[in-house]
Design a protein around this ligand. Sequence first.
Ligand code: NAG
Ligand code: NAG
Ligand code: NAG
Ligand code: NAG
Ligand code: NAG
Length: 530
Amino acid sequence: MRLAFSLLALAPLALARLPDGRLHGNRPPRPLPPSVLAPDSTQVVHASTNATLPPLDTIYYFDQLIDHRNPSLGTFKQRYWSTWEFYEPGGPIVLSTPGEANAAPYTGYLTNRTINGQIAQQQKGATIVLEHRYFGLSNPFSDLSVASLKYHTVQQAIDDLAYFADNVKLPMPGGDQVPPSKAPWILIGGSYSGALTAFTKINKPDSFYIGYASSAVVESITNFWAYFEPVRQYMPKNCSSDVEAVVAHFDRVLTSGNNTAIAELKHLYGMDDVVHADDVSGALRNNLWNWQDLDADSGGSVFYDFCDAIEVKDGVSAPASGWGLEHALTAWGTYWTSTYMQTLCGGDGAEDCLGTYNTTQSFWTDTSLDNPERSWMWLVCNEFGFFQDTAPPYQPSIVSRIVTISGDERQCQQMFPEAFKGPANPKAWKTNAEYDGWFLRANRLFIANGVRDPWRYATVSSGFVDIPSTPQQPIAVGDGFHCSDLITRNGAVDPTILKVQQSSLSHIKKWLAEWKPAGSGHYYGRGNEL
Ligand SMILES: *[C@@H]1O[C@H](CO)[C@@H](O)[C@H](O)[C@H]1NC(C)=O
Ligand SMILES: *[C@@H]1O[C@H](CO)[C@@H](O)[C@H](O)[C@H]1NC(C)=O
Ligand SMILES: *[C@@H]1O[C@H](CO)[C@@H](O)[C@H](O)[C@H]1NC(C)=O
Ligand SMILES: *[C@@H]1O[C@H](CO)[C@@H](O)[C@H](O)[C@H]1NC(C)=O
Ligand SMILES: *[C@@H]1O[C@H](CO)[C@@H](O)[C@H](O)[C@H]1NC(C)=O
C-alpha cells in the first residue's frame, strides 16, 4: 500500500539506526529528532531560580493567518512548544520548525541536546518549536485536498515565521514583551527548514536578527540525481563497485525483452509480482536512501548492514573492486528477501509496497490530515523538484538508468490530478529566483554543512558556485552527514562537528553583543553589510 514517496513515521534519533521500514520514495530533506534521553513529559526546572516549569510536551496554540496576502480569510491554530528553562529577561528567543513533519517528536529541540538549547543555555534564551503549516495538526482546513492545499507555499511558511515572531505571547513571564523589535530572535533550521531559515533572512530581513541554517537545501533542483553522489563517493568502495554492477545488470535484463530472464531476476529479489520495470530497479534505491539516516555515530546502521551483507563473504571483506556481479547479485538478493523486504514492506506484497502505478491505492487518494508524505509532495511537485533518480550518462550511477524524473512527474499527477493535467513540472527556477538559491547572501546567517550529507549539492557547499565564507555569513563544513551539527551528541563523537557547533556559538555570542532594540538607532535588518 505504501508507494514511492512515502517515508518513515517519525522516530527519535535513537531509533533511526534500527531498521526503518517504509522508506520507499524520494527522501524528504529533514533533520531527525534528537534522541529522547529523558522523557519530555518530565518537569523542567528553571536554570537559575529552580522554579518548576511546564513539561516540554505541553502544547500551545498560535492563531496564524491562513493567507498572509488576505488576512480577512481568518486564522488557524498552529501548534508550538516552548520552554524558558534558561531564559533571563533580555535573552534571545530561539525559534525552529522541523519543517515537513508532525512536530510533536521534536521537543528535544527545546533542550541542550540540540544546538538550539546550547544557544539558549549560553545566551540565557527561550526556545520554541513551531509546527509547519499543513503538517501534523497545524492545518488551515480539515483535509489535504488540492483545494485545501491552496495556501501551502514556501512564501506562506516564511510569512508564518515572521508573523509568529511579531505576534506571539509566549507562555513565560514577560512573554508578551518579546517581539523582534524588543528582543533578538534567532531562527534555526535544518534541511528544508534550514532553507526556510535562509529564505526568511532574505525575504524578511527584519524579523530574525540571526539565522542558523544547517544542511540547508537552498537550491531547488528538479533532477536531483546528485543526491546519490555523496553516497557513491563516501560509501565503502567495494560496496559502490558492486552496487553499480548489480544495478547495470538489472538494466540490461529488464530492457532485454527476454521475459524468462526478467522473471528469474525479479524472483531472486522477491519482486515476482512487481509489474513495471522502473519500479523493480527503482526499489533498489531504498538501500541507498538509508544513507540519510547515518549520523556521526553510525555503528550498527542499516546502511552498513547492507554493505556488509554484500561485501563480507565467509568473514572476508572484498577489495575495493568488490566481489563482482555474480556474488553481489545473489548476496544483495538474499539480504533483500531475507531481511530488508520485511523491514521495508512489513507484510505487504511487493507490488502493493513497491509499485507506483496503481492510483486506486490510498497512498494516492487519502486526503486526511497529518499525512506528511502528501503535504511534502505538494511542495516537491510545485516548488522544489528534488527528484532522486539516475545520474546522467556521462556519470557513474548507483541508481538504475531507467529510473528517471518522468516517474516522479507522473506520480505528482497521480497524487494531485486536479492540480496537474499532465506530468508535473516543478518551478524550481522560480523558487531559486525568489530566494537566491546557491547565491544567497544575508547578514548574521550561520551556515553549517557536512561533506557526507546526501543533500550537500543543494546547499551552498555544493562546490558548483564559489560562495565565500564571510564574517556576516560564515560557512562551516564538518565531516558530518545530514544536519549532524544540530545534535549536541554528534559533537562529542566527531571533533569536526564539534568545531562547527563551537563556531556557531561564538558567532552568535558576538552578534548578540551587538544587538540593540528597534528605535535605538541601531540598523539591524535589510541590506548587505557583507
Ligand atoms: C537551585 O538548586 C541548586 C541545586 O540544588 C542550588 O545549588 C541553588 O542554590 C538553587 N538556587 C536557588 C535560587 O534556589
Ligand atoms: C543541559 O541542561 C541540563 C538541564 O536541562 C543540565 O543539567 C546539563 O548540565 C546541561 N548540559 C550541559 C553540557 O551544560
Ligand atoms: C569492503 O566492505 C567492508 C564491509 O562492508 C568494509 O568494512 C570495508 O571498508 C570495505 N573495503 C573497501 C576497500 O571498500
Ligand atoms: C533468456 O534468458 C534465459 C534465462 O536467463 C536464457 O536461458 C535464454 O537463453 C535467454 N534467451 C535468449 C533468446 O537470449
Ligand atoms: C490496486 O490497488 C487496489 C487498492 O489497494 C487493489 O485492490 C487492487 O487489487 C490493485 N490493483 C492491481 C492491479 O494491483
